[in-house]
Design a protein around this ligand. Structure first.
Ligand SMILES: Cc1ncc(COP(=O)(O)O)c(C=O)c1O
Length: 399
């Protein structure tokens, strides 16, 4: 038996590959600092765990509605009203097994051969692969540090063709932490108003992790004319430190929500009943810890940006949100390591960091924009200080 053509169009997630490599090294007793993982180091809040335990005790252990319990859909409707001033009703809500599953459902339900999906680079690694799995063509638009890692209206206009079905906007971004201001979203919205067949996939997974009083906004909120053709996507994974619980969700046009449910009904069925009960607690409980955690992340961001900018050959912009930095490593390309290896690419450089400095980062090529690397600072300040010191020493040792 041979694997399917659809499967052959995708690759295993490079970020998950780094995480398992770090786990292997740690098991072998190597003192490696993993800065590759895309998850908060904080624990799921106690009140969320308690809600899950109560759900088990209450017998909420059976199948639920395919795309979410009525209680969770109501909590999500209330979340969008509270946080985003967006009015949705239950038939506009889809609950899925993590935000990655939301992406998968939305694209596989709508994208056909020949359809184009605009993806600004650097991008979250799953976007192009899921587009390709669905049979579509990713149209990658480079938006480098000189643009604050953000798509400009001109870039968007140039990328749109009669085959464009979706544009994916991710703010704050994985891997760069860049976030769009209200004005920037409005300017992109003005372009999209001229192209009524293009839909927007607004991935707001890092909504609650923003810094320096940055005002988070999402495109359906600031461009009401795009409300009907925007899928506003969010989830519990990052804000509520619930990556293992697998709850993602989306709000949008009822026909699209139904199409996603049809696909889900023949794949995963409902998301875990207990995780859904936990998500209700997360979304409706006291939200004050979100700002506290964002403050802790901000201190780490400042530490990492400061220390990386002191490393020879690295230039690190200051991101608005998420828990990643995406420094350029252009200044180390062409240099030689103490073992005599020439660094030709960002993959070579992160390989050198792993082998010699025992720090795991992810090569920029995985996110579609090189030479750079992604560093996740969702770990303690002590470990971050040690990791950045090792990176500084590794850079200084290059000739
Ligand atoms: C930008 C972005 N969107 C969506 C997701 C999906 O999150 P999950 O499937 O863990 O809910 C991630 C996770 O890394 C992400 O970085």
């Amino acid at each position: 038996m041979k694997t399917s053509a659809a499967l052959d169009r995708i690759s295993p997630s490079p970020t998950l590959a780094i995480t398992s490599r770090v786990m292997e090294l740690k098991r072998a007793g190597v003192d490696v600092i993993g800065l590759g993982a895309g998850e908060p180091d904080f624990d799921t809040p106690e009140f969320v765990k308690e809600a899950a335990i109560q759900a088990i005790r209450d017998g909420k252990t059976k199948y639920t509605n395919v795309d979410g319990t009525p209680e969770l859909k109501d909590a999500i409707v209330a979340k969008f009203a509270r946080d985003n001033k967006l009015t949705y009703s239950a038939p506009q809500i889809s609950v899925n097994v993590g935000g990655k599953h939301t992406l998968f459902n939305a694209l596989v339900a709508t994208v056909e051969a020949g359809d184009e999906v605009i993806i600004p680079a650097p991008y979250w690694v799953s976007y192009p692969d899921v587009v390709q799995f669905a049979g579509g063509t990713p149209v990658v638009v480079p938006a480098g540090a000189e643009y604050g890692y953000k798509l400009t209206p001109e870039m968007l206009e140039r990328a749109i063709t009669p085959r464009t079905k979706w544009v994916i906007l991710n703010s704050p971004s994985n891997p760069t932490g860049a976030a769009y201001t209200v004005e920037e979203l409005k300017a992109l919205g003005a372009v999209l108003e001229r192209h009524p067949n293009v839909w927007v996939f607004a991935d707001d997974m890092y909504e609650h992790i923003v810094y320096d009083d940055f005002r988070f906004a999402t495109i359906a909120e600031v461009c009401p004319s795009l409300y009907e053709r925007t899928l506003t996507v969010n989830g519990c994974s990052k804000a509520y430190a619930m990556t293992g619980w697998r709850i993602g969700f989306a709000a949008g046009a009822p026909w699209l929500i139904k199409a996603m449910a049809k696909l889900q009904s023949q794949s995963t069925s409902n998301p875990c009943s207990i995780a859904q009960a936990a998500a209700v607690a997360a979304l409706t409980g006291d939200q004050s810890f979100l700002a506290e955690r964002a403050r802790a992340f901000q201190a780490r961001r400042d530490l990492v940006v400061g220390m990386l900018n002191e490393a020879e050959g690295i230039i690190c912009p200051t991101p608005e949100g998420a828990f990643y930095v995406y420094p350029s490593v252009a200044g180390v390309i062409g240099k030689t390591t103490p073992k005599g290896q020439r660094i030709e690419s960002d993959s070579d450089f992160v390989g050198y960091l792993l082998d010699d400095a025992r720090v795991a980062a992810v090569q920029g090529v995985a996110f579609g924009l090189s030479p750079a690397m992604r560093i996740s600072y969702a770990t303690s300040e002590a470990l971050l200080t040690e990791a950045c010191t090792r990176i500084q020493q590794a850079c200084a040792a290059l000739r």
